[in-house]
Design a protein around this ligand. Structure first.
Ligand code: GUN
Ligand code: FE
Length: 434
């Protein structure tokens, strides 16, 4: 055994497994082997057992002790707009007004290459510091903005340029032909890191959704868009499409995406709050995932868009896969700790059972990795996976996982910006990046 290839990390360990179970080792030892892409977790065990199993000679050389700290997996943020960092805390009246008033003008600035590059560096540095190491991201319409994002991001992400070719401000409107040519070009260049991203049915013509979906499917790429975020949006979508040939008789928003080939096992639908049972059935049958963004959907007083409460019980009953996202800038803060807190708080407030921190952690880590097909290598700290983890300050003295997570997360609920500072260190593929 080559000694230098092993690394030992001492601390409390939180390891999410599913909605109901998160392993917790108070005095734990995380053992890794190798570096970079080939780095793997080889053991997750009790410190006492670990010290018996590995010789002093090995542990003495290569141990990092995280005192009063908890080691947990890096997050998956399954829906966020990196180009909306400046509108996160802008006044929010309703989705469509916020888009027109703040978001579109902010995204327009990315037409400047130097601006896009500067912002990409800033944003993705903040993102990794907040402990997010995987997920699905929206860029602006501009080619050089997605290129800047692809260059600066660290972790396992798919990124897509939003496609807008109708009902959009002039400076953000592309022709159908340009949209499809750019899609093909970006798929060729970035392969499976590219996500086909029609902004939503309001801004993207059905022809582009149909043809772009085919390109994405052929290349095995993800597809992402927004679905049923607010009642006003749904009404607008249906009134629009009932005037488009071939869509006159559509009965739902979901049906529009179904008809344009947007649904499937590699499809991520942002929000999906106001869905009828019939629509959920279609999403389940096509194995489409819904990405729930609680901080974005939260009431306006909580810096959200007031879009409504996601009924996770209904979605789970319909066997639709789902995971959490921040929806930056609909959501105000990058940290998935804030997203988890909002999920728990909003459900508790109206006495919905089952919205635990344990569940929130699973949905902010492994559930996202599963949807992306990364679960064999990522999403939690099981043996055989990549050492992608974050280190949090905490004495780890709580009696069980749920109370530990509650203490950790609710302690900062009064100053939500502070969640970003909760993360002391970030390791990606065994390398300390923050
Ligand atoms: N629907 C279409 N575009 C957007 C967006 O940028 N943010 C949110 N929250 N919803 C959208
Ligand atoms: Fe969004």
């Amino acid at each position: 055994m080559a000694l230098q290839k092993y690394r030992f990390y001492k601390g409390s360990i939180l390891n999410p497994q599913n909605d109901k179970k998160c392993d917790f080792i108070r005095d734990g030892l995380l053992v890794t082997k190798g570096e970079g892409k080939s780095a793997r977790i080889v053991d997750v065990l009790n410190l006492e057992d670990g010290l018996k199993k590995y010789s002093t000679k090995m542990t003495k050389l290569n141990t990092t002790y995280f005192k009063n700290s908890v080691i947990m997996p890096g997050f998956y943020d399954m829906h966020f707009h990196w180009v909306q960092d400046d509108v996160r805390e802008m006044p929010k009246d309703s989705l469509l007004e916020w888009l027109n008033k703040y978001t579109f003008p902010a995204e327009r600035k990315f037409s400047q290459k130097s601006y896009a590059k500067k912002k990409a560096k800033e944003f993705f540095t903040k993102l990794e510091k907040s402990g997010t190491l995987g997920g699905a991201c929206y860029s602006s319409i501009h080619e050089h903005a997605i290129e800047a994002a692809m260059e600066k991001v660290t972790g396992d992400f798919v990124i897509g340029n939003v496609i807008m070719n109708m009902n959009s401000p002039e400076e953000l409107t592309q022709s159908e032909d340009d949209s499809l040519k750019l899609t093909q070009k970006l798929i060729r260049k970035f392969k499976k890191r590219h996500a086909f991203t029609p902004r939503f049915a309001i801004t993207t013509t059905p022809n582009v959704m149909t043809e772009g979906s085919k390109m994405a499917d052929k290349a095995g790429c993800f597809k992402q868009t927004h679905l049923s975020e607010t009642p006003q949006e749904i009404e607008f979508v249906l009134s629009l499409y009932r005037n488009i040939p071939g869509f006159k008789n559509v009965s739902s928003y979901t049906e529009i995406y179904q008809k344009t080939g947007m649904l499937g096992p590699r499809s991520l639908m942002g929000h999906g709050i106001h869905l009828a049972d019939k629509e959920l059935k279609v999403l389940s049958k096509t194995k489409t995932s819904v990405i729930h963004c609680p901080t974005s959907n939260a009431p306006i007083e909580e810096k959200g868009l007031g879009s409504g409460l996601f009924d996770f019980h209904k979605v789970e009953k319909a066997k639709v896969r789902w995971a959490l996202g921040s929806d930056i800038g609909g959501g105000p803060f990058l940290s998935m700790f804030d997203v988890m807190r909002s999920f728990v708080d909003q459900n508790k407030r109206v006495n919905v059972s089952g919205a635990t921190y344990t569940k929130a952690l699973y949905r902010a880590t492994l559930a996202g990795a599963e949807i992306m097909g990364h679960e064999k290598l990522r999403g939690n700290l099981n043996k055989g996976k990549e050492p992608n983890f974050i280190v949090i300050s905490n004495n780890g003295l709580e009696a069980n996982t749920e109370t530990l997570l509650e203490t950790l997360i609710s302690a900062h609920s009064q100053e939500r910006e502070a969640y970003d500072k909760l993360v002391k260190n970030v390791y990606y593929q065994g390398t300390k990046i923050s």
